[in-house]
Design a protein around this ligand. Structure first.
Ligand SMILES: Cc1ncc(COP(=O)(O)O)c(C=O)c1O
Length: 463
């Protein structure tokens, strides 16, 4: 299928329902820097380039669908977070957003720590040489084998998520003859303003131990009596894709209150608090994310103020951004396969990927932007739904967007801000082959996670 423009392609600019969706006032060729990674631009021919390389060349060399990750943007975001928090705080990149050996090396080079939440993430971190003391190990149901591996490796901290886990980690550490540093994850009772499935600090969900009813205080009591563990702090993560700092402020206040209660009851001042990740990014031009320096200032001001009024020494703060670092740094490149105008409704544009490379739209009703990137176009906008090739009508990548009405099979379109929770949540549904991740920097592109092959699929099928 040719990738060149199809001047004779279907024209259906008039299919979007009048008055329901307003065609965008902005030029569809414009790439909003809020949603695209930093080195993305259009060249003189109107094609998108990233790291100085044109998308058609990337598609020819690496195929589609594929994720292209802007390495210098990733590194710049790491630096912005660590500069904003400074030497008296710690930034842990949340590996669940996207993890690979290359990412682990970049994190080390940029001075960040790493949060992992499974044996697989831990193995990747260690294999790529992340010093164990810079790793935090999370998860609401770590297996004993995972705990053993983490303790043996010497991870800097394990974040305890339940009463059973307090005992489990203490026993493993004692058996291995070490004292494991731990934090206790508490749920502070904050309703984060985000999708239900990514809000994590209200009480009716699976993570952490509630501050309510004295449960968290009881967890601290138990942790302080066990020899195998050293309680170094309290952890709270209130959810994901959050723009409003109010939830973080309430969370910080409640965590500091618990520190004061612990001091009053046990005479111990816990030296650390972790306020989790969850900062939102721009998926569309409507989103207005906060900058790391604003977040750092808001959090450290509130913690300092609360500690002063409780007569506590200010603890060392840590945070765990995942999406806010990697999310904006990548886009997914697709080739348009079929185009179906539905009279009076919208036009369905099918691409060569779908819910197997981006489940977030189906899972959270996530919103995305999309652009024609193999060329520019002055054609009128048409309302589209970008869908995948899977056997589900919910297989939607971008629910509502505008693309030029001369869009044609063979065109390349790209969905920005897919660096977080896309490749890491990718699946083999319909035996799709999970796309590669290609890092692009200063005119060079290299595969950091290769495309799956049919041999990979068949290797696991041993029946
Ligand atoms: C404990 C914890 N920390 C950090 C994160 C990262 O969140 P985000 O990628 O939204 O920053 C998560 C996400 O689920 C989490 O559960």
């Amino acid at each position: 299928m040719s990738r060149s423009a199809h001047p004779a392609g279907p024209r259906h600019a008039d299919v979007y329902p009048e008055g329901h969706y307003t065609a965008p006032a902005t030029d569809l060729n414009e790439l909003d820097p809020k949603v695209w990674s930093r080195t993305v631009t259009r060249d003189a021919d109107g094609a998108l380039t990233v790291g100085g390389i044109e998308v058609a060349r990337l598609a020819d060399e690496f195929g589609t669908p594929a994720y292209f990750l802007d390495e210098s943007d990733f590194r710049a975001r790491c630096r912005a977070w660590s500069d904003a928090f400074g030497p008296d705080a710690d930034v842990f990149y949340a590996g669940k957003a996207f993890l690979s050996r290359a990412v682990v090396r970049w994190l080390q080079e940029e001075g960040l720590n790493l949060d992992v939440c499974s044996g697989g993430e831990l193995a990747t971190a260690l294999d790529a040489g992340m010093p164990a003391e810079r790793i935090a190990f999370h998860g609401n149901n770590k297996t004993v084998a995972e705990i053993e591996r983490a303790v043996e490796a010497g991870v800097g901290r394990i974040v305890l998520d339940s009463f059973q886990e307090i005992v489990r980690v203490a026993h493993v550490a004692q058996r291995l003859g070490v004292r494991q540093r731990v934090q206790i994850r508490v749920t502070v009772g904050v309703e984060a303003h985000t999708h239900e499935f990514i809000a994590t600090a209200h009480e009716d969900q699976k993570f952490g131990i509630a501050l309510a009813d004295g449960l968290a205080a009881e967890a601290v009591r138990r942790a302080l009596t066990l020899d195998g563990i050293e309680l170094i702090g309290i952890h709270s993560h209130i959810g994901s894709q959050i723009f409003d700092m109010a939830g973080f402020e309430v969370s910080a206040r409640r965590v500091v209150q618990l520190l004061a209660e612990v001091r009053d009851e046990h005479g111990v001042e816990l030296p650390e608090i972790d306020l989790g990740g969850g900062l939102g990014i721009a998926y569309t031009s409507e989103d207005d994310p906060r900058e790391p320096h604003e977040i750092a200032k808001a959090l450290s001001d509130i913690v300092t103020r609360e500690c002063e009024s409780a007569g506590l020494r200010t603890p060392r703060i840590s945070v765990e951004p995942g999406r806010a670092i990697v999310g904006p740094t990548a886009f997914t490149l697709y080739e348009v396969g079929t185009i179906k105008p539905l009279e009076g409704l919208r036009t369905y544009v099918s691409v060569d990927g779908g819910m197997s490379d981006n489940i977030r739209t189906a899972l959270y009703d996530a919103e995305y932007s999309v652009a024609l990137v193999s060329r520019s176009s002055d054609a009128e906008p048409m309302l589209v739904r970008v869908v995948g090739k899977h056997c589900e009508s919910g297989d939607i990548v971008v629910k509502d967007a505008f693309l030029p009405s001369d869009l044609a099979p063979g065109d390349l379109i790209a969905v920005p801000a897919t660096g977080a929770y896309c490749r890491s949540m990718a699946s083999n549904y319909n035996h799709a082959l999970r796309p590669p991740v290609v890092a692009v920097r200063d005119g060079e592109a290299r595969v950091i996670v290769r495309r799956e092959t049919e041999e990979d699929l068949l290797r696991l099928d041993v029946g």
